[in-house]
Design a protein around this ligand. Sequence first.
Ligand code: GDG
Length: 472
Amino acid sequence: MLKTIIVSNRLPTKVLRADDSLTFQPSEGGLATGLGSIYRRGDNVWVGWPGLFVNDPAEEQYVTEQLQADSMAPVFLTEAEIRDYYEGFSNSTLWPTFHYFTQFATYEQSHWEAYVAVNEKFCQAVLAQSGPDDTIWIHDYQLLLLPEMLRRTRPEASIGFFLHIPFPSYELIRVLPWAAELLRGVLGADLIGFHTFGYMRHFLSAVSHTLGITAHNGQLEVGQRAVRVDAFPMGIDYERYAQAAASEAAQAHERTYREALRDTRVILSIDRLDYTKGIAQRLRAFELLLERYPEWREQVSLIMLVVPSRDQVAQYAALKEEIDELTGRINSRYRTISWNPIQYFYRSLPLEELASLYRLAEVALVTPMRDGMNLVAKEFIASKADQRGVLILSERAGAARELSDALIINPTDTSRLAEALHDALVMPEDEQRQRMAAMQALVERYNIFSWTKLFLNQLAYTKIKQQTLATE
Ligand code: GDG
């Protein structure tokens, strides 16, 4: 029977070492949910790093067996590999470049070599799991070389690739010393997906400038193969967020928060710690709101949840300091004995608490400098059963292409952002409901399950079309 193999840097289960024992913690991420029904079906399997270092062969075997029982195949990586391939090339070269932060990008030959070697390691792991005609769906920027590596040994396989982050303008791609190799790597796939048409166009332009291959109707001729390129905006598990928000637990948390906040109006900000998310700019806009509109003092609170991420990397540590400092400054400047403008949490919260924050907030402030999609915006929408609430959304998040009923802003424009906050706080309920209803219909319909189905159907269709062309 033909199999489907999902490949991503991380497995949907994280293996943690505490004292002398190992625990297996399933991830709550969107991708894990969306693909859950796929990788657990039949002989399908998910290939990826389990998130811990293993030096003992007996332990390696134990982890492998445990994961195998839940349709996963681990790729074990060493500390040096994680340092150079993951923190190095993936997060210090590709991540800043693809998010237009070239000032943070490093270009280390040794990181590149580790990236090639780890992609090769993933290739061997996938080959061990797959037959010649299987379907392989590869995810994200850590594995750009994998499609081509697999193609060499599996010329007949159906290979799909999806990029979760933006694909930037060719002007950024051309800065990378390894641009041609990376693009050739991705072109090993039969279907290449992006969140938006804009990213897709940038990719086609980079391929044309770098490799001299031009697209016709979203199709590239790569040797004898036709490669299809398209936009697949990723969705969320709508019901899961709607239900979590409606749950007793979320309502109880909400009541506690409301009491503590003395019924002030709530603006919400939720992100991983990352310079792409525009957290500092958002704080400045909130400060400007309080300065310009004194009537909001003691009337609004900003709940800011920042989830720790990559904080060993220098830029992330610096950003953390900047956020701490700004929050301290704003709170000390405006706080009163019974009101604190910003409630700042630096940790991650369980889903019910997250859902209670979505319930509580009247305004969600999603203002990244660049963001492939941004799922927080969609989760906020799914949580609003009474259709009240306003989303303020950066024009540079992929989600802005779909959620045109949000207040769309330029995140660099602090003054306009402060005005958007004011506009959101005074927006009539009728208008809130009208905008929210339109966005809910869209987010409910184009959810994570339809996204998965659409991509895999399109991949199967691309393959059939290739075969028909070959026999004509
Ligand atoms: C990348 C791209 C693209 C956050 N805090 C908590 C928590 N979260 C969850 C949110 C959401 C997820 O984390 C964050 O997803 P985003 O899409 O906002 O951002 P990235 O992590 O940067 O993801 C992005 C995505 O890939 C998918 O393609 O949209 O553009 O950068 O689901 O709810 N979850 C829990 N507690 C928290 O404290 N349980």
